[in-house]
Design a protein around this ligand. Structure first.
Ligand code: AMP
Ligand code: MG
Length: 305
């Protein structure tokens, strides 16, 4: 049996899989079966009030699960397959069960831009919930080895789809009333606005935005951000040339924000393995995908944005 076949049959049987995507590795289960979805919450130690993203192989299935207005259709056309999740009213709650939606009358949908993910989703044929494959609160896995270290004990299939090229979780845009940018990702606020016009002002939406919880994405060591001059004993995540007597892990020697995003979670894990007293991170420009990097590292440092 191929890796894709093994993943599909695990999904069909109501089991858990690792789902490699372009953003991070997901912990996947069929979205229509509460007994499968509950395993995701249990394996992650994730609070049940956090809704999950339902992954689909195409827009046609997305439109069977959720109600797509003109804005949703335009965004799907512009960015799918890709790192953009759309929150829309639910159409068929049987295809994305209550537990997957945390009881909400809305559903979050995404078509990933990853060949192996699309093979698995297409062959399975239904929606697949897949939050990041880390235990709740920890950095997301961006390699199969990291996914396996986090939740390997819970999955029936852990296909290796290579290292995740984007490295931070998808952008989340809500289209329930006014369009809102709920979570920053590789698809920037400006790119979304170029397609559907201006977005409503940000607002912390409490339980509707689990990515907004404090101390998310956190390694074991304390994290400090915006550090130009690392302190003795620190593991330093650099963005460009750095002078530090201790360990330096480069996010991007050439100060490329996309490269830094792809390296971010792996760098946090690598720093943690050194068991430093503190992990210090260089200032990251808050432009483009830099907004997503800053969002994640602020949360790793325990600040609410
Ligand atoms: P995660 O699965 O950890 O990548 O996070 C799921 C993201 O999707 C969170 O940021 C949620 O805010 C968002 N999300 C999922 N479902 C909904 C929903 N029905 N309404 C609003 N946001 C949602
Ligand atoms: Mg996550």
């Amino acid at each position: 049996m191929s890796a894709v076949e093994a993943a599909v049959s695990a999904l069909q049987a109501g089991g858990l899989i690792h789902l490699p995507t372009e953003t991070v590795y997901g912990l996947g289960a069929r979205a229509d079966d509460p007994e499968a979805v509950i395993k995701v919450f249990e394996a992650k130690g994730r609070p049940r009030f956090n809704p999950l993203i339902v992954h689909v192989a195409d827009t046609a299935l997305a439109e069977r699960i959720g109600v797509f207005d003109d804005r949703a259709l335009a965004l799907a056309k512009a960015f799918w397959p890709g790192p953009l999740t759309l929150v829309v009213p639910v159409r068929d709650a049987g295809l994305a069960c209550d537990l997957a939606r945390a009881g909400l009358d809305s559903v979050a949908l995404r078509m990933p831009a990853h060949a192996m993910a699309l093979d698995i989703l297409r062959d399975f044929g239904g929606g697949v919930v897949a939050p990041s494959a880390n235990r709740s609160g920890r950095p997301s896995p961006t390699t199969q080895a990291d996914a396996f270290e986090e939740t390997g004990a819970f999955v029936q299939a852990s296909p290796d789809g290579g290292d995740c090229p984007v490295g931070v979780e998808s952008t989340v845009v809500s289209l329930l009333n006014e369009a809102r940018y709920l979570r920053a990702g590789a698809v920037t606020r400006q790119q979304v606005e170029a397609v559907i016009g201006s977005l409503a002002a940000d607002e912390v939406e409490g339980h509707r935005s689990p990515g907004r919880l404090t101390l998310h994405y956190a390694p074991d060591a304390p994290v400090k951000i915006n550090i130009d001059m690392p302190s003795a004993g620190a593991a330093y995540l650099a963005f460009g040339p750095a002078a530090h007597a201790g360990p330096v892990i480069q996010l991007s020697a050439g100060r490329d924000l996309h490269e830094a995003a792809a390296n971010l979670f792996r760098a946090l894990r690598e720093a943690d393995r050194l068991k430093p007293s503190v992990i210090e991170i260089a200032p990251i420009p808050d432009e483009g995908i830099g907004e997503a990097i800053n969002d994640r590292i602020r949360r790793a440092a325990g600040f609410v944005g």
